[in-house]
Design a protein around this ligand. Structure first.
Ligand SMILES: NC(=O)c1ccc[n+]([C@@H]2O[C@H](COP(=O)([O-])OP(=O)(O)OC[C@H]3O[C@@H](n4cnc5c(N)ncnc54)[C@H](OP(=O)(O)O)[C@@H]3O)[C@@H](O)[C@H]2O)c1
Length: 340
């Protein structure tokens, strides 16, 4: 089958394409999925380079933590899925030992983190709903519950997760300020629903947020950037505001802070959540996915897929993400109708 493999941790050039990788056999509790699309996620770049904070997979490995496709075989003990079912699924735990989605076929455990795709939902949207959709869902419902009338600040609002968060916050009734690293991303962020967009490569986002909120500050900050935005972000929060720090796309984690700093800045809350702690069961995954599919069907969520890469262009896809030129969600288009 066609697949990307990493034999050595390193740069994008370590993503090696082959069309002679052995197709996996599903175990008794697994299904075999012919992937239509696999998602590109920032975490993939960290896993590829060996820099993920949750640990590294054993070499060699097939990267990729989300995909959608069609079941082509089921193990003897699988009763909840059948050949022909359209499914979306998410691999990879905090220890990141599992990957396997940059491939034509994936053998996957039928008991967790896999859902059937409703007929009305496209394979692309279903795939894009996995990591970034499920993350956006728990970040806006559980890490901090966004309410009508809230003001929120979303960093990297032109990125895949940033766009997802924007739409979910707007859906919940918030006013959204987005930051972006370029004028073109800021334009996209506005088109995606941000009420205001700040180019934080050129403007002081703290001053801008204070001005926009008439010095009151925002109720919540969603920060997936890390060290470069975290400390100044605390100064954009209203009293009793919440900092949701969920990533370090800038490459560095923030320095530790004293808890008293949160009191000094207005009795702030700080949470540093991780997706897998909000998907503790198949039921929890199903509830979140059902919500997201429902939002798409009612027209309040439209995940913008900006780029489709063939699998053999995986290195270029990683370069584009690392050079910050990907706007919105990017997918690998895998199923071209051929079989292995
Ligand atoms: N905690 C969780 O549960 C969880 C789950 C999924 C993802 N995440 C994290 O969420 C963040 C966003 O993930 P994603 O997959 O959706 O990526 P993404 O949003 O598509 O891209 C990341 C964004 O970060 C910004 N950025 C700022 N400095 C950067 C740098 N030095 N290099 C690259 N990008 C930079 C870029 O926007 P600008 O160019 O506009 O600045 C880029 O659009 C990542 O940190 C990821 O690890 C966390």
């Amino acid at each position: 089958m066609k697949a990307i493999q990493v034999h050595t941790f390193g740069g994008p050039e370590q993503l090696v394409y082959s069309d002679t990788v052995t197709t996996p056999e599903p175990g008794a509790t697994q299904v075999l999925i012919q992937n239509s699309y696999a998602g590109l996620n920032f975490k993939d770049t960290l896993t590829r380079s060996g820099a993920y904070h949750g640990g590294n997979p054993d070499l060699p490995f097939i990267p990729g933590i989300e995909a959608s496709g069609v079941i082509t075989a089921v193990g003897d003990k699988v009763s909840q899925f059948a050949v022909g079912d359209r499914v979306a699924y998410m691999t990879g735990t905090m220890s990141t030992k599992e990957n396997n989605c940059y491939a034509q076929y994936t053998a996957f455990d039928a008991g967790s983190n896999i859902v059937k795709i409703p007929d009305e939902i496209s394979m692309e949207q279903a795939c894009a709903c996995m990591v970034q959709g499920l993350t956006g869902h728990y970040l806006t419902t559980d890490a901090y519950r966004v309410k009508t009338g809230d003001w929120v600040l979303i960093h990297g609002a032109g990125g895949g997760l940033g766009m997802m968060l924007t739409q979910l916050c707007k859906r919940a009734g918030a006013t959204v300020i987005g930051t972006c690293g370029s004028v073109s991303k800021a334009k996209q962020a506005l088109e995606n629903g941000c009420d205001f967009a700040i180019d934080y490569s050129a403007e002081d986002f703290v001053a801008q947020v204070k001005s926009l909120t008439k010095n009151r500050g925002v109720n919540a900050v969603y920060d997936g950037i890390g060290k470069t935005t975290f400390l100044p972000g605390l100064d954009t929060l209203a009293k009793r505001g919440t900092m949701v720090l969920f990533g370090n796309a800038c490459g560095e984690h923030p320095d530790p802070i004293a808890p008293t700093l949160l009191a000094q800045k207005g009795s702030l809350s700080l949470i540093r959540p991780a997706l897998y702690d909000y998907l503790l069961s198949q039921q929890e995954m199903q509830i979140r996915a059902t919500d997201l599919f429902g939002f798409i069907q009612e027209g309040s969520l439209n995940i913008p897929v900006s780029a489709y890469y063939p699998l053999d262009q995986a290195a270029q896809a990683h370069r584009d993400l690392e050079q910050r030129s990907v706007i919105g969600k990017a997918l690998f288009s895998i199923d071209d109708g051929s079989t292995c």
